[in-house]
Structures are given as C-alpha cells and as structure tokens.
Design a protein around this ligand. Structure first.
Ligand code: HEM
Length: 467
C-alpha cells in the first residue's frame, strides 16, 4: 500500500484513477482546476493518473524539502514533450549529464560575462523604447512586443547573432518558427491523445512541428558553424564586420568544446535550451509587470523617482552595478513575479524513495510544486492578492521557500541574475521615457498554464511620452 493513498484528493476510478478528469481539458481549465483542487483539498493532495501517483503541494515546508534535495532532480513526464527540440540540455537532463553541464554553464553567468551581456540588454532596451514611442500613445498589445525584445536579447547574448538587424530570410524564418514551436507545443499539451508520440508524429500538428523544428535546428547549426569559423580566423577583439566583439555564451561553449568538455550535439542542445528558457519566461514576466505598473500610478512614480536619482548620480548612463541601488524596482519585479510566476508549476519524478517528514514518497512518484498557489498563501502574505511591492522591503517575506519564482536548490534557474538584470534594464528605460496607462483600470486577464503562465486575453497598455 502506498502511503500517498491516505492523502486527500478527488475520488478515483478503478484502474485509471483520475485520468478521465483531464481528458480534453484546455490550458485555462487545467489551471483553474488545479486552483480549485488546492482550495478544496488543501496544500497537499494526490491525483492518480493510471498507475502513477502525482503528489501536488503548495506547502513551503514540502517545497523546501523537495527543492533542496540533492538527488531527486529528475524532471516529470510533461517536460519530455520538449525533448525533440531541446534534446537533453540543461533544463531536461538529469544525473551525471546534468551535473557536468551545470558545471560548464555556471561560469557563463559570472559577473564579468554578465557585464558584456548587459551591453546588449542596454541596446535592445533603447530599441524597445523606440518601438514604443512609435505607437504614439495607442493601445499596445504587450506580449508580442516584449517577446521580440527578449528573443533579440537572448539570441545576441547566447549565439552572438543580431536577429533584429539581420533581415535575411533565414533569420526571419527562424524567429517566426521559434514563435510557432511555442504555440504547437501548447496545442500538444492540451490534446491528451497527442501525448502519444506515434499519434503526434502522424497528426497535422506533429508534422508542422517537425517542419518548424528542422528550420530552427538548421539555423542554430549555421550560427554555431559560423561562430566557429569566425573564432578560428579572428584572434583580436574586433570581428570581421568591424564591430566591437561581444562575448556570447556560444563562445564559452566553443571553448569548452576545445577542452573536450562538450561535443557539437551538446552545444546545439544548450543553444536551443537557452533560446527557449531565456526568452518566453522573461517576456511573460515583463508583460505582467508592465500591466501592474500601468495600473498603479503611485508605484510608477516611485520607480521614476528612483530612476531619476540614479541617472543624476551616474550622469545618465547607469552601469550594470548601478541597478543594485534600485531597491524599489527590485521589489516591484519580485512582487509581480510573486503574483504572476512565469513558471507556475514545477514537476519532478522521484528517483529514490524519500521522506517528507514521516510521509514516504516512493520511487517513480511524480511531484508537482504549485508555485502560483504557494506565493499567494494567506499565512505567508497579508492580503496576498494585492500588488504591494513594499512587502519585499519591510521584511514581510520571511519564509525562504515561500517565494520561489526561479525555483530554488540545486536545480534553480541558472538565468536568474540575467533575467533580473534584463528586466531592470528594460523597465527603467521604459518608465524613464513614458507614463503608462492601462486600457481599463483594475482589469486583470484570465490565466492559463502550459509550461508557462499565460494571460488568456491580450494585455494592453498605453505609453505616453513624458517629454
Ligand atoms: C523571469 C524570468 C525567468 C523565470 C521566472 C525563470 C524561472 C525558472 C524556473 C522556475 C526554473 C526551474 C524549472 C524546473 O525546475 O522545472 C528555471 C530553470 C532554468 N532557467 Fe529560468 N527563468 C527565467 C529566465 C531565464 C533566463 C533569462 C534564462 C537563460 C538566460 C533561463 C534559463 C534557465 C535554465 C537553463 C534552466 C534549467 C536549469 C537547470 O535545470 O539546471 N531562465 N527557470
């Protein structure tokens, strides 16, 4: 008998457990069903899918034990849908492979390298401000504009490729297909019959996915080959086009290849992994953050004042380390990630029996950590549904595992510092130039979750130039 069977959860049918409840459930219904189950059964409940038990938890205590465990680091089943795209790169790998890759990639986010990434972020933020200026105070659908911004930023920092400047057909095709892949993955996740690999491959969605994948993979392969050629022919700090050379993550991977720490297939996996993880998550986070800032004039003015003071201090050109003085902006981003964590659920497969206090969780159980519900707990946050950045300044946030938008423990987000810097860079550039207005005050979109939290309707904000 499995001790998880004593935990609360909806009634099960013999043999199939709760599987039928999720047939044909779309991403919006799935998200809301999970919230309802949490409010009905509490912060620990169990669903049984055929033979597999899935322990769902939004308890900070459970989350601490699960995320700080050094060996139970394998991802759960839904992640496997990403494998044909990302291979077993850092996000999806486990065991020794994951340890080795994490060791190679961690220095990529070292302060000095982040500094050269910051140059890119600054430039892309300036371009973003120009795009917003051209909208002349009209309603802007945030997500597509911000997805472009984060895609261009990650493409240049990860691959050293300027997707926004490169107007070639191949580059446009790459951008469009990255966007399409996201949508096709979403369609698969929500159609349970397409979870079967064979049925999926034969379906129109599966065929389209393979086509997109070939385009994206061959673009990434070309970039890798070009960068390798460039590296072999140029030894100085200036590339053949005469531009000041910027260190890309790919350069560090190529160096690791020279030391035989990673092979070409490995580089490809990581480039694709970072292109995915490094763009969608941040675009969604910026969308919700701008929505909240636009809706809270007082917050907006406080950020503006903080930006102005900083700009006075550094004569108009803030460097990377100046952002550490923007404590209020930092609190605003955190509060927005608390309410709208880009990754609302994290999944794990338990590799070896282990205990949460006296509860035995057996090998092969799957675990789903509900970050969204955890971060809105009434016992952790006063009036948890309210947007109140001050709570990150006045010591209200106490439980280390009550706020985990970037996960925590050994498998936390490797791009956390990158993402925070990119968001601060973009938000300060925007608030400095514009007053933000919501299309409808106090409006909030419905939410859905695929692997990533999504607004069900477009989020519109108006950008009114301050000068
Ligand atoms: C606001 C933006 C972001 C949020 C909220 C976020 C959140 C997360 C979370 C929750 C995880 C853990 C996923 C899991 O355990 O299944 C994760 C992992 C990861 N993130 Fe991020 N992320 C963000 C931005 C980025 C960026 C910009 C990059 C790359 C530059 C990145 C690269 C990764 C990678 C490679 C992993 C896998 C790490 C590993 O398993 O060792 N993320 N992220």
């Amino acid at each position: 008998r499995d001790p998880l069977d004593d935990l609360p959860g909806p009634p099960r049918l013999p043999g199939i457990g709760n599987a039928l409840e999720f047939v044909n459930v779309g991403p919006d219904m799935l998200f809301n069903t999970m919230l309802k189950l949490t409010s009905k059964y509490g912060d620990r409940f169990v669903l049984k899918m055929l033979n597999t038990r899935v322990l769902h938890t939004s308890s900070p205590h459970d989350v601490e034990i699960l995320l700080s465990h050094s060996r139970n680091i394998t991802k759960s089943t839904p992640y496997t849908f990403l494998e044909s795209w990302l291979g077993t790169g850092l996000l999806l790998s486990s065991g020794n492979k994951w340890h080795k890759r994490r060791k190679i990639l961690t220095p990529t986010f070292h302060f000095n390298i982040l500094k050269s990434f910051y140059v890119v972020m600054e430039e892309k933020s300036r371009n973003l401000v120009e795009v917003l200026r051209q909208t002349q105070g009209r309603d802007v659908d945030l997500l597509p504009v911000l997805s472009d911004f984060t895609l261009y930023t990650i493409c240049e920092t990860a691959m050293g490729t300027q997707l926004d400047m490169d107007k070639s057909a191949a580059s446009l095709e790459y951008k469009n297909n990255i966007m399409k892949i996201g949508n096709l993955l979403l369609s698969r996740l929500t159609r349970i019959w397409l979870h079967n690999d064979l049925l999926y491959k034969m379906s129109p969605i599966g065929k389209q996915f393979t086509k997109c994948l070939n385009i994206v993979h061959s673009f990434a392969d070309n970039v890798i080959a070009n960068r390798r050629r460039q590296k072999m022919t140029s030894t100085d700090e200036v590339d053949p086009e005469g531009m000041k050379k910027r260190m890309a993550m790919l350069d560090l991977l190529l160096e690791a290849q020279d030391k035989e720490e990673i092979d070409l297939e490995g580089i490809r996996e990581e480039v694709n992994t970072f292109m995915f993880e490094g763009h969608d998550t941040t675009a969604i986070a910026l969308t919700f953050c701008l929505m909240l800032i636009a809706d809270h004039e007082d917050v907006q003015e406080r950020i503006y004042e903080e930006c102005r003071q900083l700009l006075d201090k550094c004569e108009g050109r803030p460097g990377m380390s100046d952002f550490s003085h923007m404590r209020y902006l930092d609190a605003v981003i955190k509060e927005s990630l608390r309410l709208y964590p880009s990754v609302p659920f994290i999944g794990r497969r338990i590799d070896e029996d282990f205990y949460i206090d006296d509860l035995l969780v057996k090998k092969d159980t799957q675990v789903s950590i509900h970050i969204y519900s955890l971060q809105r707990r009434e016992d952790l946050y006063s009036e948890p549904q309210l947007f109140r950045p001050e709570r990150f300044l006045d010591g209200e946030v106490k439980h280390q595992y009550g706020f985990v938008p970037f996960s925590a423990g050994p498998r936390n987000c490797i791009g956390q510092r990158f993402a925070m810097l990119e968001m601060k860079c973009a938000l300060s550039a925007i608030v400095k130039e514009f007053k933000l207005e919501p299309r409808v005050r106090s409006w909030r979109p419905g939410l859905a979750s695929t692997m990533i939290l999504r607004p069900l309707e477009p989020v519109y904000v108006r950008f009114i130039p301050r000068h």
